[in-house]
Write a new protein. Structure first.
Length: 510
């Protein structure tokens, strides 16, 4: 993915992005991120309407991120080869189709299929939208434009659950998809009239479709095995086959990438310890925060527990989403004072403590008891994710920045899909087992939340170990680009190389 890098322009303000491209890319980023974060709030209402259990509808979340992981880099490559505006418009059209398809869905399978299509559409809109914005501007004006794009992404992700809750209570769950489709329709003529076409004539015209397929082939059977293993039996032929297929696809992916003229993932980058460390940190953070939001959204709305309406549940998740939006832009200055490793370490410690607090959950807990651990997880996510996102791109040579940002963005989707699948399986299986053992529904669900909290605590604690392995590093005073990238980091990695080179990054360094 050939994103232009964001660097300060000593020559002046630079070329200003037109209002049309700013509106088209920022509005589309906002609705994609709002759509992504809102769906978990909608699941109980969707399940009741189409007659599908949550254990099935979790694929509406994991299927979206699974396909997004496969397409986030491929869509950027398609834009480079066939035209970024053309592929961006294609992403908008696909997004509209998926929204309409989901709104008319009469079964859980149809909702899941629509969300899988939407995963491809959303990743295409984000990847090509960023490229269009950076191509249309330069210098300090590019920093301003991408800052707006990052702000739109962060605001969309923060407000998505609240918007979803409002719409369920007023228009029905379908309202979210109809409104998203309508906004995307408005972006189409604006893009055609105001955005110039661009492509990369120096890039090989080959598209790594096989690599894209193999990413999905790695994740789909892995998630299926995790989701159904308890019912099938962990040593059953079906479960073992899923894991064997996933491992075989991983080996095949490596073999294909070695031979591809334009690989989805440049395997040479896998030798970069800074990039690998930062990418793992991003994966852990994105996975655990998405897993938590999935579980608490369901728990808050269940009639046996807090019995919140969708609107109330959307409001209840605001401490997490708004907390990240407020804290993330401040993180670069913390890194200057404390050092990158210390900030990342502190972030994962706070996250782990928040998850560990939830292990003690009791069915008598009021919502107020959840606020502190949710805020802790949000704060820890902001502290750890920003430096990791920065390190992922500033820790590689300038010509590899686009590829590095693609890898880190893919990691967000991978983490969200795998960890959400794991916690969904734990939540469903523990609660069912507790009910079968004679527990009340409320006690059963509280025990299930505790079970998921144990999983999330363990995964988050891996980030603590990762931070201890990182080299000590204190970055220079943050530039405007660092603030912009940090603000967007909960949703997207923005390419941010620096004149100082890879040594500016510290995560994963020796």
């Amino acid at each position: 993915m050939a994103d232009r890098q964001l660097q300060p322009d000593s020559a002046g303000a630079g070329q200003k992005a037109g209002l049309g491209v700013l509106i088209a890319t920022c509005v589309s980023a906002l609705i994609v991120n709002a759509n992504t974060s809102a769906v978990t709030i909608l699941l109980p209402a969707i399940g009741e309407d189409v007659g599908a259990p949550i254990s099935t509808l979790q694929w509406a979340v994991t299927g979206y991120t699974l396909v997004g992981a496969a397409f986030i880099v491929t869509s950027g490559a398609l834009g480079d080869v066939f035209g970024r505006r053309r592929i961006f418009i294609g992403g908008l059209l696909l997004f509209i189709v998926s929204c309409v398809f989901i709104a008319f869905a009469g079964s859980g399978a149809a909702v899941i299929a629509g969300r899988a299509i939407q995963g491809a559409a959303g990743s295409t809109i984000l990847a090509c939208g960023m490229s269009l914005l950076t191509i249309a501007s330069s210098g300090n004006e590019r920093l301003r434009a991408v800052s707006l794009w990052g702000a739109a992404s962060a605001i969309g992700a923060a407000l998505g659950p609240l918007i979803g809750g409002v719409l369920v209570d007023t228009t029905g769950w379908q309202g979210l998809f109809w409104i998203n489709a309508g906004v995307a329709v408005l972006c189409l003529p604006l893009t055609r009239r105001t955005v110039k076409e661009s492509l990369d004539p120096n890039r090989p015209r080959s598209i790594d479709w096989l690599g894209t397929f193999l990413v999905a082939a790695i994740l789909a059977p892995l998630i299926l095995g995790v989701s159904e293993g308890a019912d099938w039996g962990w040593t059953s032929l079906a479960t073992i086959s899923c894991f064997v297929i996933s491992v075989a696809a991983a080996f095949a992916f490596v073999a294909v990438e070695r031979r591809s003229p334009a690989p989805l993932v440049d395997l040479a980058l896998m030798r970069n310890r800074i990039l690998i460390g930062a990418t793992l940190g991003i994966l852990i953070g994105a996975g655990t925060i998405n897993g938590l939001m999935f579980v608490v959204s369901l728990y808050f709305q269940d009639p046996s527990t807090l019995a919140m309406t969708p609107l109330e549940a959307g409001l209840a998740t605001l401490p997490a989403t708004v907390g990240m939006v407020i804290l993330a832009p401040l993180v670069p200055r913390f890194a200057v004072k404390m050092g990158t490793r210390s900030v990342v370490l502190l972030g994962f410690i706070i996250m782990t403590a928040g998850f560990a607090f939830l292990i003690a959950i009791d069915s008598n807990w009021a919502y107020a008891t959840f606020v502190l651990p949710i805020l802790a997880v949000a704060a820890g996510m902001a502290l750890s994710n920003g430096p990791c996102s920065s390190a992922a791109t500033s820790g590689v040579p300038e010509e590899q920045v686009g590829a590095a940002s693609g890898i880190s963005n893919m990691a967000r989707y991978v983490g969200a899909s795998v960890v959400t699948a794991v916690v969904a399986a734990v939540y469903a299986n523990v609660s069912a087992g507790q009910v079968d053992g004679g527990a009340t529904p409320g006690d059963a669900l509280a025990t299930a939340v505790a079970g998921t909290a144990i999983v999330l605590t363990i995964v988050s604690a891996l980030g603590i170990g990762l931070a201890f392995l990182a080299g000590r590093h204190r970055p220079p005073e943050p530039l405007a680009v660092d603030i912009a990238a940090a603000a967007a980091s909960p949703a997207h990695t923005i390419p941010t190389p620096h004149p100082e080179g890879p040594e500016r990054a510290g995560v994963g360094a020796a």
